[in-house]
Write a protein that binds this ligand. Structure first.
Ligand SMILES: *Cc1c(COP(=O)(O)O)cnc(C)c1O
Length: 394
C-alpha cells in the first residue's frame, strides 16, 4: 500500500525534533552532527538566534501581502543583492526550481524582444541539476530525472561536461544562453575551473549569448566568496539563487543585469508567494551576516582546516576514500567504496552526509560551524572509514 507521503524519497529511519548550530536531535535525545545543513540550506546552522528573531518579529506583524503592493522587506533585500553583486534587478521566488524557470523565460524573452525570436536554445551540461519542474529537468536532461516524463520542453542542447570542442561547436544563430553551475552539486561537487568559466564568458561575449549561472547550491558564501563566479573574476548576465539565501526559510531569487532583464515587463511573470515579507525579512538577515567580508574570510579559514584534515583521512584510508574536491565549505570526497555505504556508516557514527553523483559524498556544513565541530566531524569520519576498511586478507 502506498504511504500517505508520496514515496519519491528513499528516507533514512531518522527523525529530528530540534536543531542547534551543526547538531540535530531526535526525540529520544540522541544527537547527530549535521554536515548536510539541509543540503546547503541551513547556511547559518539550525535555530540561528538572529534568524529566529528576524522571522518571529516579522511573523508578529505581517506574513503575506500580494505583489500587487509594495513590500518594503522585498525592496530592501533586492537593494542589498544589487549592491553586493553584478545585478541591477532581482525577482524573488520560493525555490531554486522556480528561479530556473524564470531564468529560462528571461533569456528567451530577451532575444524575442531584440528581434531574434529564433534564438531560443539554451546550452547545458551533463551532470547538471537545475530542479524538478518540467523545464528544469528538460534543461539538465539527466536520464533518471527525465525518464517517463516526456514530452519534455524543447530548446536545450546537452553537452558533455568539460568537452571544450563540443561546447565551441554548439554555439550557433539559435543559441540564446548557456546555463551552468560554477560548482556542480548533485553532479558530485565538480567545480568548473576558473579558466573554463572565463573561456565560457568570452564565448558568450563574442556570440552575444547570455550567461546564466545556477548558484542555487554554490552561492551565498558556500565557496568562500559571496558567489562562486567571483573566484573567476567574471560576472553572469542572469543568476539563480536559492537554498542558503533563506537559511532554511523557502526563498529563491533570479538576479540579472538591466539588459538581460529588459524583456521582462509588467505582466510577463509573477508569483503569489515570491518575495513575501517573512522570507525577505529572513533573507535580509542572512545577507547581512554572510556578505560581511570577515564572515567570508572565516569560511575560507574553516575550509582550509577541514580540507587539510580530509586530505589526511584520504591518505590514511586509501581503500575507502580516493580524493577531496570542491571549494570553501562545499567539499566532496570521491569514494572507493560505495558512497551510499559511507552515508549509512555515517548514521552509525551519528554523522550526516549527502551522497552525490560520481560516487562522491558531499560535506556541506553550516558556514559558521565551530572549529571543534570540524574536529569532531573528522573523528567520526575516521571511525566511518575504519568501519568500511577492507579487512586484511589472511
Ligand atoms: C537544489 C538545486 C536546485 C533546485 O532548487 P529547489 O529549491 O530544490 O527547487 C537547482 N539548482 C541547483 C544547483 C541546486 O542545487
Amino acid at each position: 500500500m502506498i504511504s500517505p507521503v508520496l514515496p519519491t524519497y528513499n528516507r533514512a529511519a531518522l527523525s529530528f525534533v530540534s536543531g542547534q548550530g551543526a547538531w540535530l536531535t531526535e526525540a529520544d535525545g540522541s544527537r547527530y552532527l549535521d554536515l548536510t545543513a539541509g543540503i546547503a540550506v541551513n547556511a547559518l546552522g539550525h535555530a540561528n538566534p538572529a534568524l529566529v528573531a528576524a522571522l518571529t518579529e516579522q511573523a508578529a506583524k505581517l506574513w503575506h501581502v500580494s505583489n500587487l503592493y509594495q513590500i518594503p522587506q522585498q525592496t530592501a533585500l533586492a537593494e542589498t543583492l544589487v549592491a553586493e553583486t553584478f545585478a541591477d534587478t532581482v525577482f524573488f521566488t520560493n525555490s531554486g526550481t522556480e528561479a530556473a524557470e524564470l531564468a529560462i523565460k528571461m533569456a528567451r524573452k530577451f532575444w524575442y524582444e531584440q528581434g531574434h525570436p529564433e534564438r531560443v536554445n539554451i546550452l547545458t551540461f551533463s551532470g547538471s541539476f537545475h530542479g524538478r519542474s518540467t523545464g528544469a529537468i528538460s534543461a539538465s536532461g539527466g536520464e533518471k530525472m527525465v525518464k517517463g516524463f516526456g514530452p519534455l520542453l524543447p530548446g536545450f542542447v546537452h553537452l558533455p561536461f568539460g568537452d571544450h570542442d563540443a561546447l565551441r561547436a554548439a554555439f550557433d544563430h539559435t543559441t540564446a544562453a548557456v546555463m551552468v553551475e560554477p560548482v556542480q552539486g548533485e553532479g558530485g561537487i565538480r567545480p568548473l575551473p576558473d579558466a573554463c568559466l572565463k573561456g565560457l564568458r568570452d564565448l558568450c561575449d563574442s556570440t552575444g549569448t547570455l550567461m546564466i549561472l545556477d548558484e542555487v547550491q554554490c552561492g551565498m558564501g558556500r565557496t568562500g566568496k559571496l558567489f562562486a563566479h567571483e573566484w573567476a573574476g567574471i560576472t553572469p548576465d542572469i543568476m539563480m539563487v536559492a537554498k542558503g539565501i533563506g537559511g532554511g526559510f523557502p526563498l529563491g531569487a533570479v538576479l540579472a543585469t538591466e539588459r538581460a532583464a529588459s524583456g521582462m515587463t509588467a505582466g510577463s511573470h509573477g508569483s503569489t508567494y515570491g518575495g513575501n515579507p517573512l522570507g525577505c525579512a529572513v533573507g535580509l538577515e542572512v545577507m547581512k551576516i554572510i556578505a560581511d567580508p570577515a564572515f567570508l574570510a572565516d569560511v575560507n579559514r574553516k575550509s582550509a582546516l577541514l580540507r587539510q584534515k580530509l586530505e589526511g583521512l584520504v591518505a590514511e584510508y586509501p581503500d575507502v576514500f580516493e580524493s577531496v574536491r570542491g571549494a570553501g565549505l562545499m567539499l566532496g570526497i570521491k569514494c572507493v567504496v560505495l558512497n551510499t555505504d559511507v552515508v549509512k556508516a555515517g548514521h552509525v557514527q551519528h554523522l550526516l552526509m549527502v551522497p552525490a553523483g560520481d560516487n562522491v559524498i558531499r560535506l556541506l556544513p553550516p558556514l559558521n560551524i565551530p572549529d571543534e565541530d570540524i574536529s569532531e566531524a573528522i573523528a567520526r569520519l575516521g571511525a566511518v572509514a575504519q568501519s568500511l576498511r577492507t579487512p586484511p586478507t589472511a
